[in-house]
Each structure stands twice: as C-alpha cells, then as structure tokens.
Design a protein around this ligand. Structure first.
Ligand code: BGC
Length: 749
C-alpha cells in the first residue's frame, strides 16, 4: 500500500458559508447526531471482497441514508451564495457521508489536467499538459504518471474522488474541450485515458471516466440530439470508453449533457444499462454531469446512480418514487451498492486522504516529462531545428506572451496558476472565460540555452514591428496560440486574433522562422509552406517554457505523434461548420451568459451518420483528402528504418525490425494499421496497436505488436456481438498513418 492509514477527513467549519436547505439539513442532522459505532461493523473488514462489504453496509442503511448517498449537496463553491456544507473540501461536488456507518464524505474534484480550484483554499496544484498532449505521447506509462500526479495531489488536498478522465472522441476538431480528451482514435484514447485512471486510483482516490457519451461539441451541448447507428457508436466513441473502462476499471462514469438518439445521456437505457453496465461489465456508479439529470423514474430505471450536483430528481422525488414502487427498492439498493463498492474497492474507506503540502517540484518534473514526450515536431525543413547553442547573432522571440508564460485550457479543467494568472496576477484565482497563462516563460529558457546570441522579445501585437525585429535576426521563433474552453467551440480552424497575418509577416522577413503552437487542438496553417519548422506544444503544462526550449535546442529529441488529423481547411471536414454554431451561440455557460431558453428552443440535431465509422483519419482516407498533417505524424532529429515484417496467421500479431539510422538517440512510436476484409464494407485503415521504442544512435530492435481484438472485428448489430470477419486483412506498419513503410496481407479464418 502506498499511503499510511490516517485520521478522518478534517471537517473545517469555515466551509459552512451559508445555511443549508431544510431537507438537506434534516437529513444531515440525522446522520451526524448518531454516534459512530466502533469499526467492528462487518463491512469494515478489509479482508472481505468490496462487493460483499457494500452489500452488508446497504443492509444496515435506512431509506433516508440511501437517498442521501445518491445525490450531491448542491452547487457549493461553484456558485456564489450556494450553501457549502461542513466537510466540503472546496471542490466541484460533495456527498456527505454517514458517520454512524463509517461511510466517509465523498469530496469530488474537477481534475481533468490537474486539481481545479486550488487557489481559493491557498493550495498548489500541478498543471499537467493537456490530455491531448498526453495522447500525443502514445505512451501508456505517461498516462499512468499523469493520473498518478492528479491522484496524489487530490489526496494531499483532502479529496477522495477525481472527476476528470475525459475520453470523448474528437469528431469535431473545433470542440472547445478537445484539450481535455485524447484525440480521434478509440484505441489510443482508450489506452491513454484507461491508464490515466489507473494512475489516479493507485492513490486510493475514486477515478472517473467522462463524458459518456457522444458529447463531442460544446455548442448546444445541454440539449443537442446526436444521431448515430449502434454499430457506428460501438466501433467509435463507445469503443474508446470500452477500452478505457477495461484498462482503468474506473469507480465512476459521468454521463454527459447531450441526448443520444432522442434520450438524454443520463437517462439513456441503451448507453447506460445495456452497453456500459451489461456489455462493458462496468461495476462502478454513474453520476450525472452537473445539472445533466432530467428525470427521476426514467433516469433511475435507465441506469443513473447519482444526481449531481443537487437534489432535484434524486432527493425527495426519488424517495417518493421508491415508496410508491415506481422505482423498485432493489434498484435504489443497486445504486447505493455501486457507490459503496466504489468507496471500498478504491481504498477510500480504508485509507482516508492524509493532507500535506503538495510537492510542486515532483509535479513539475512529471508534467515536463509528459510534455517532452508529447510535443510534436510537425515540420523541419532544411533541419532548421534543433537550434545550435552556439548560434550567434540575434534570436527574435515573438508573440503569445512567451516572455511571461505558457497558455492553459479553460472551463472546469482550469487549474489555478501559482501566483495568479501570469498575464494578470491581480486576478489571483482563475476567472471563467479568461485565458490563464502559467509562469513558465519560454523566453527565459531560450535565453538560458544560448551563450553567444542576444535574445529579444516582441509582443507580436503589431506584425510590422515583429517583422522588423525578425528581419534583423538569425532566427525568428513565433509563438501562436488558440485558447479553448468548456462552454464554447472555435468557430473556425483558424488561429484567432489575426495570428496568421503575424506569422506571414515574420516569415516574409526571415527565412528561418520557427512556429511554436500552443493550442487546444488542430488548427489550420496557411503559412506552413513558408516557415522552416513547426512545433505543436498543445497546452504544455507548468514546465512548458523549459520543455519547449529543450526541444528547440535538441536537449530533448522530439518523439510526439499527432493524436488527431490537422486538416488544411474546414471544407475537408465532415461538417464544414460546427453544427448549430452561429455568432449568437458561442456561449453555453451554465452560470451566466448564454441564453438557455433560446438554446433549448433550438433543439438541434447533430447527425453523425454520414461520417459514421469514419472518424478523423478514416474520413480523410475514404474521402481522398490530404490533410495538412496526418494522424500519427511526428518528426524526430534522428531517422528510423523499418524492415523484416512478419505477420502471425492466427492473431495477426506483427513483428519487425526498427533501427535508429541517425547519430542521435531517440524514441519512435511505431504504428500498426489494418484494413479489414472488404466484406465489412470498410475501406479504411484502423490503428490496431503501436509501441514507443527507445533507440540509441544506430541501435536496432525487434518489435512485436499484438492487435487489440476489437480492432480486428466489427460490431454485428443483429447478433449484438463483436465478430471477426474471415478474409484478407491488409497490415501496414510505419511512422504515421500516411507514412507506412511495411505492408503484408494475411488471411484470417
Ligand atoms: C462539466 C463537467 C464538470 C462539472 C463540474 C460540468 O460543466 O461538463 O466536466 O466535471 O461541470 O464542474
């Protein structure tokens, strides 16, 4: 066991900031008034299986106690003036425990890319690179490390549940939350997020997988209805969740805001009961996204186990529905058993969080390691990079506040910057809707790398001034950014704030122009042919400035690969516009701003059926469109050679030789794609496996990769099962989906 046993979660009275609602107050008083029994209750025996412990504890509970566990306690610290109960730890959600039965409070923390809302409690939390940046590592160990950072810092802060774990597939490259998700491929997303959840839960913190499912855009997310066939769901979006669930065994799944084939995701019998609980064998509990519950009986019968954040449907109304028999008492017991089982299996009961000061140095080191594996070298003409440390002359650094810090993503994934927003420290805690920079200034680290040259900064606000500086320089490094946030999508793939014009101006003034992109996802780059090198740094996390400098100067050899296709232009996408997005609908904020009634009345449908199975690179291949940068693409400062492909005739496992043919050590992410037999009606390649291989200069290794079984199968709707078709499979191995070096066919029976 990683952590020592400790005292109960401290109940700090200062959290009681206003009076609680009558119902909740009564409920709580009842619970607190009872003296805790000695821990001799049978369910407190850690030697018993979690299922049995949960079952025993449920039998000891009153109806009111059961109801108390299946909903949150209100908006709490998320909304000014909302009641904050004793024991609430300052996070997005709180479910009071039952002291007489030794059931601890559940303190839920938003923590997609690090613990949210730390500043208001004077705490520190590590900003990790975006989850998309993690996916770009293609490294399952980095996934585990990512979750480990989140889990240990939540523990240190007194939480026992994470509500991060986003695994929505990138069907919409302009989705405001893509930075919280792991890209467009179900296997890559499932493996990275599954390992992330393992990492969280290794700290005895309950982990979560969200937003289930098909919540692939923010515009009208609270009402939109997604249309997609069952086969297509199972092989795309739901497959990412299936794999993440299998690997991560999350204790919870958060259902999403949108509707799926007519029913809201939090009252959808097909996706919750049938697919998640029955087919995936998910044993944890389903909690709604915040205000994502829409009914009592329907939701309870469809598989929702916990309403968040309040009591509208699963408070008194659920109690009455159970008393009247509309919701069977056994179903309420099932909800509570699932929640208790999660508490027991995670260690949250036996190993309560022990507060301590978060270790910022360890967090930064881990964040930087992940960033350095995930930053992608997209282009490197004439070996412009790495820059020489003995470079003479002027280095011009331009744009995106590179003199003070690096950008982070917004919304409920926002981590607070130490010392306040680096571009406006007076703000202190982050403010919803405003971009937050973290104090890791690329300029400072670039300066540290060079002893022979002068480094000068220009804000980039005036392209002419930036070009004038670039014209005098030996090399111009332009930082460009795209700030993204929950609650809004990007209207286009273009960089905002006229940054395309800035890059064009700098590139025409200096032949050696390097672009560093900090973005939430793919953007278009009309200037790509006119610049030397491009680095995609995503949102690089708290060590970002130094990581970027390490890559620019070759202290780290780039090894990240794209987890999503970068299109040249909108017209190449399945939807040239984000469905429903007009200049009037860019704001979906729940607390203020957007016009909720107008959105509800719009009731939009997002029809994913034309795109169907062909998400991301599969769409580009079948439509015959050439992307700007393909899925899986990413360059290195060394070169790799692939040879000697062998394919196993039973499992289609592949073996090949990979050699580093350069003078510099490096990692290569070798990828295996398969095209299924034509009888499936599919004519695109699918990623079926990969391996990140570390090779010293000139070293070679034999690599073996066994495809994940679902990826060699299709989901057969009539029989409701996965079936592996007999026939000829085309196997391709290489460095990217558009750079396949080895090919073979294999007949599988
Ligand atoms: C988001 C969730 C988040 C919740 C609590 C919702 O708006 O969609 O991802 O966990 O708020 O902050």
């Amino acid at each position: 066991m990683k952590h020592t046993h400790s005292q109960a979660i401290p109940q700090s009275s200062h959290f009681l900031r206003s009076s609680v609602s009558t119902a909740l107050a009564l409920c709580l008083t009842g619970a607190i008034a009872q003296q805790p029994k000695a821990a001799t209750d049978p369910w407190m025996d850690p030697a018993l299986p979690p299922e049995q412990r949960a079952h025993l504890a449920v039998q000891a509970m009153t109806l009111d106690e059961k109801i108390q566990l299946v909903h949150g306690s209100g908006w709490g610290v998320l909304r000014a003036g909302a009641p904050v109960l004793p024991g609430h730890n300052g996070g997005a959600g709180f479910v009071p425990g039952i002291p007489r039965l030794h059931i601890p409070d559940i303190n839920l923390a938003d923590s997609a890319v690090g613990a949210r809302m730390a500043a208001r409690e004077s705490r520190y939390a590590t900003l990790l690179p975006s989850v998309l940046g993690l996916a770009a590592t293609w490294d399952p160990e980095a996934g585990f490390l990512y979750g480990d950072v989140i889990g240990r810092e939540l523990r240190d802060q007194g939480y026992n549940m994470s509500i991060g774990g986003g695994a929505n597939l990138m069907r919409e490259p302009r989705n405001g939350r893509n930075f919280e998700y792991a890209g467009e491929d179900p296997l890559l997303a499932g493996v990275e997020v599954g390992n992330l959840i393992r990492g969280v839960q290794s700290n005895h913190i309950m982990g979560d997988l969200k937003h289930y499912a098909l919540n692939d855009q923010e515009t009208d997310r609270n009402t939109l209805n997604v249309l997609l066939g069952h086969r297509e769901m199972r092989e795309t979006d739901l497959l990412a969740f299936e794999i993440a669930n299998r690997i991560g065994q999350p204790t919870a799944v958060m259902c999403s805001y949108n509707r799926i084939e007519g029913d809201y995701a939090c009252e959808n019998d097909y996706t919750l009961n049938k697919v998640l609980k029955h087919d995936f064998g998910f044993k944890g509990f389903v909690l709604s996204d915040w205000n994502g519950t829409h009914s009592t009986v329907k939701a309870a019968l469809a598989g929702l186990d916990m309403e968040q954040p309040g009591t509208v449907y699963f408070g008194e109304p659920l109690k009455h529905a159970v008393e009247s028999g509309e919701v069977p008492a056994a179903r309420l017991d099932d909800m509570v058993t699932r929640i208790l089982r999660s508490l027991f299996v995670s260690g949250a009961v036996d190993d309560l969080p022990a507060r301590r000061v978060v270790d910022p140095f360890r967090g930064r080191k881990d964040a930087a390691h992940i960033a350095e594996e995930g930053i992608v070298l997209l282009q490197n003409r004439d070996a412009a990079l790495p820059l020489s440390k003995t470079q003479t002359g002027l280095i011009a650094v331009i744009g995106s506040h590179a003199d003070v810090g690096v950008l982070s993503g917004g919304g409920s994934a926002q981590v607070d910057s130490p010392g306040g927003n680096a571009i406006n420290i007076k703000e202190g805690a982050s403010v919803w809707g405003r971009p937050v920079y973290f104090p890791s200034a690329p300029l400072e680290f670039i300066r540290q790398k060079t002893s022979q040259s002068t480094v000068q900064f220009d804000s980039g606000d005036d392209p002419k001034a930036a070009a004038a500086l670039a014209a005098k320089a030996a090399v111009a490094i332009v930082f460009v950014h795209q700030w993204m946030s929950e609650g809004q999508d990007a209207a286009t793939l273009s960089l905002p704030e006229k940054q395309d014009a800035l890059v064009e101006a700098v590139a025409s003034a200096n032949k050696k122009t390097v672009v560093v992109l900090e973005s939430g996802g793919p953007v278009s780059m009309p200037w790509a042919p006119r610049v030397s090198a491009i680095l995609a740094a995503w949102y690089p996390g708290i060590g970002g400035g130094e990581s970027i400098a390490n890559l620019l100067f070759g202290d780290v050899n780039p090894s990240g690969k794209l987890p999503a296709t970068f299109a040249r232009q909108e017209t190449d996408l399945p939807n040239p516009h984000v469905p429903g997005l007009t200049e009037k609908t860019t704001n979906n904020r729940m607390d203020a701003g957007g016009d909720a009634a107008a959105r509800a009345a719009r009731n939009i449908t997002v029809d994913y059926r034309p795109e169907g199975l062909k998400v991301g690179y599969k769409w580009f291949q079948t439509e015959g469109k050439t992307p700007l940068f393909a899925f899986g693409h990413g360059l290195s400062y060394t070169t790799f050679a692939y040879s000697g492909l062998k394919v196993d005739k039973i499992k289609a496992a592949v073996t090949f030789r990979l050699q580093n043919t350069g003078d510099r050590a490096g990692d290569e992410v070798a990828q295996v794609y398969v095209t299924l037999p034509s009888s499936t009606g599919e004519s695109f390649r699918r990623l079926v496996g990969w391996q990140r291989v570390t090779l010293a200069a000139h070293e070679s290794k034999t690599v073996s990769i066994t495809p994940t079984p679902e990826l060699l199968s299709t989901f057969d709707e009539p029989s409701d099962t996965w079936k592996r078709p007999a026939g000829t499979y085309q196997v391709e191995v290489g460095a990217a989906s558009d750079d396949l070096r080895l090919k073979a066919t294999v007949n599988l029976r």
